[in-house]
Design a protein around this ligand. Sequence first.
Ligand code: SAM
Length: 454
Amino acid sequence: MLPTAFIAQMRQMLGDQQLAQFLKCYDEPRTYGLRFNRLKMNSQLVEHSFLQQAWNLKQIPWCEDGYYYDYNQRPGKHPYHAAGLYYIQEPSAMTAAELLDPQPGETILDLAAAPGGKSTQIAAKMQGSGVLISNEIHPSRAKILSENIERMGIVNTIVTCAAPSELATRFPATFDRIMLDAPCSGEGMFRKDEGAIKEWSPESVQQCAARQWGIIQDAISMLKRGGMLAYSTCTFNRQENEEMIRQILDHYPNMMLIKEHRVWPHLEQGEGHYVALLQNGQPEEDEATSQLKTKEKQNKELSTVWDAYTAWAKEVIPHFHLPQGRPILFGEHLYFLPTTNDLSLTSKQLNKLKLPRAGLQLGEYRKNRFIPAHALAMAVKVCEASEAHCLVLGASQVTSYLHGETIAVDDKLTGWCIVAIAFSEDDAFPLGWGKASQGQLKNHLPKGLRQQQA
Ligand code: SAM
């Protein structure tokens, strides 16, 4: 006999037509499910085993390892149960861990875990890697939870017996994922458990909601930034479900609702269940990881520019050698920082230091091209440049070059050239860079160094 106040509540939620359908399902038998333990079995093993037929196993649509079974076969009594090959679990209760989607290597908390359906499902998905803290507040139930964890052969789970508030003080912002299968008014279990009907009242719904709100706040405080919270109940009323989620969203602007899902016994093969998946904002890279990533990016950029310089230098100034030191990038500008065995300036030492000249400026890297700096021309000797990239000017051309003018050259001359002034028959000294193409040398003397025409 369902309580009148419960029927009134469901009428309000479903309307008359659906209510009739909903109430009719109370005359039908409940569903039975088991979930194979992926730590010991795989689905191929199940499909090829005699169990498939003997127990009339039928796949549960929302859980790969879950099957409906024929109750008369009593798999709970079979030695395979003692061997931990499967866990007897109400089919709709399998939805929450599926939605939470635990991953190997993560740090996960199951906050209200006994007798262990969701914990054993989570642990199977973690495949022995990472840590699952499986908590149950009541000691006698924590013992059953511990036995079930043991039976399933789980190696990476710590069972605790604590109030959520106690865990919250110890594990702030710790978990990648939290399962909160909250104690609730159990309306979805009425077909399975007559005791739940007797304990139900509108007041008990209020009390459950108040208790849930307390546990939720502790759970959220233990979620990492970007962490996932699966909140589930086996009840129908909105107060403990959708309204609880709205309350979370109102109080915690960071929390985002990712998905909500209900299993209705009159629409699907399973008892009543509700689950919501929430995320605690976007994941934050921890500082060390983000610093490492920045460093990696900087190193990659530096090596691209450095490679461009060395390839360019090999062709244009093949005999020029840099002193002991290391290349350093300031934006697009490549410098060569001199070092000794006693002094090798670090980025930290240089940080925010005014540096009018950070060693020798080698050049710039723009549009995938290396452009040599004037400072490099002044540091190179003519004999260090390739003959094909050196132009010693006559006296009148020197004046034109220093004025910043384009100079007519042999059209065999191409690319970057050291532009030099002759000193003696054998000696010449660089004035700057020019770039030759089709009989013209484009002047690359910096504008600030160009001499005014008389
Ligand atoms: N997740 C379990 C599973 O899949 O097997 C079922 C959990 S059951 C729905 C809710 C659990 O919450 C019960 O084991 C109950 O003892 C526990 N509980 C009751 N009051 C609690 C409280 N104030 N804080 C945390 N857990 C509580």
